[in-house]
Design a protein around this ligand. Structure first.
Ligand SMILES: NC(=O)c1ccc[n+]([C@@H]2O[C@H](COP(=O)([O-])OP(=O)(O)OC[C@H]3O[C@@H](n4cnc5c(N)ncnc54)[C@H](OP(=O)(O)O)[C@@H]3O)[C@@H](O)[C@H]2O)c1
Length: 324
């Protein structure tokens, strides 16, 4: 099987990390890239053996491109996804899909109109651990779920300048709170009640605390923060007949199902984190298969999560200024 040929839009921190991982597999190739600053584009091209273009359309249109990976800050996702879809190219776009749900829905409608593959790069759900937790719950292994608690507190405000920048839709909600929201949605569906509060400073939310109720009475609490480590990253789900817990649930390899003091089971993956390769392997084979959306991360999930995020943003009173 020939290597899958990608165009990268955005050549920042994550793009570099992913390029190293997928190229090392021998199953992927990056043929073109585009970024705002041409010097950065050229440096990426030199490092990973692709061609840098000063126009996004030219990069997308480069010979052989089979899929476009959009990995810019959040505010720029919509523009490049739209461009690629209009050019008839399949797209994998980083989370959060867009800044607002209406833009996500517009892009989904465009992908359907053009009949072109579109997918959110919500990597957690391309890998085995989260899907195993979902199977345990769907099979009733811990009985009816009563409550769950998710924390994702990582003090990441200085990870990249975009995280603290309101003009690039920075802050906790779109950068990290999107993970526990997606996790709860994937396990329990759309919430019937959402109550949120957050701390907003200098135009971004520094932390969010959210309580949700779901249709079968499941009560979920979550806290995500880009300025502290309170609670770290952990998930605990309590059911009538047991509990499931996992550290680093959005990328970790381990999840534990406990029925009693002595009975339970542990899902142990490779131990080194899920990595991004399962996502790129799956998406590239789905594109070659001719699918128009992913089996692992359906577009309805992306849209529903973005609508939940809209509600949370409204409840915490977060408004982005003019985006860049
Ligand atoms: N799935 C995950 O685990 C994960 C992890 C980290 C980040 N992410 C997501 O990945 C995306 C990128 O994050 P990052 O940390 O890599 O950010 P980053 O280091 O700031 O890189 C952003 C890249 O996008 C380019 N860019 C910025 N604004 C642009 C614009 N208006 N037009 C075109 N290019 C633009 C930058 O270009 P120049 O620097 O050349 O100007 C840079 O190449 C975000 O959506 C983030 O949420 C996901």
């Amino acid at each position: 099987m020939s290597k899958f040929k990608w165009c990268f839009i955005g050549t920042g921190k994550l793009a570099n990390h992913i390029a190293e991982e997928i190229l090392a597999s021998g199953r992927h190739e990056i043929v073109s890239c585009y970024t705002r600053n041409p010097d950065n584009g050229r440096a990426f091209a030199d490092k990973f053996g692709c061609t840098a273009y000063e126009d996004a359309g030219d990069a997308i249109n480069a010979e052989g491109v089979e899929g476009v990976y959009v990995v810019t800050p959040h505010n720029a996702h919509k523009r490049f996804v739209k461009l690629a879809l209009e050019m008839g190219k399949p797209v994998l776009c980083e989370k959060p899909f867009t800044v607002e749900a209406k833009d996500t829905d517009e892009l989904i409608a465009l992908s359907k109109e053009k009949n072109v593959y579109l997918c959110e790069a919500m990597w957690t759900w391309f890998a085995k651990p989260a899907n195993t937790v979902k199977e345990w719950i769907d099979e009733g292994r811990i009985g009816a779920v009563r409550s769950a608690r998710f924390t994702y507190c990582i003090n990441s405000i200085n990870y990249a300048p975009r995280v603290a920048d309101p003009r690039r839709a920075g802050g906790a909600l779109l950068d990290i709170t999107v993970y526990p929201i997606t996790y709860a949605y994937r396990l329990f569906g759309n919430p019937v009640k959402i109550e949120s509060r957050g701390l907003i400073k200098d135009g971004i939310d520094l932390w969010d605390e959210i309580e949700m109720e779901f249709s079968k009475g499941e009560k979920v609490r979550m806290r995500a923060s880009i300025v502290d480590y309170k609670g770290m990253e952990r998930m605990v789900i309590k059911g009538e007949k047991g509990r499931i817990s996992a550290p680093f649930y959005h990328f970790g390899q381990r999840a534990k199902l406990k029925k009693s003091l002595f009975f339970g089971e542990t899902f142990k993956g490779t131990g080194s984190g899920i990595g991004y390769l399962p996502e790129f392997d799956t998406v590239s084979s789905e594109i070659r298969e001719g699918l128009k959306e992913s089996r692992m991360v359906p577009l309805k999930a992306t849209s529903d999560v973005m609508h939940i995020i809209d509600t949370v943003r409204e409840q915490i009173g977060l408004e982005y200024p003019d985006l860049e």
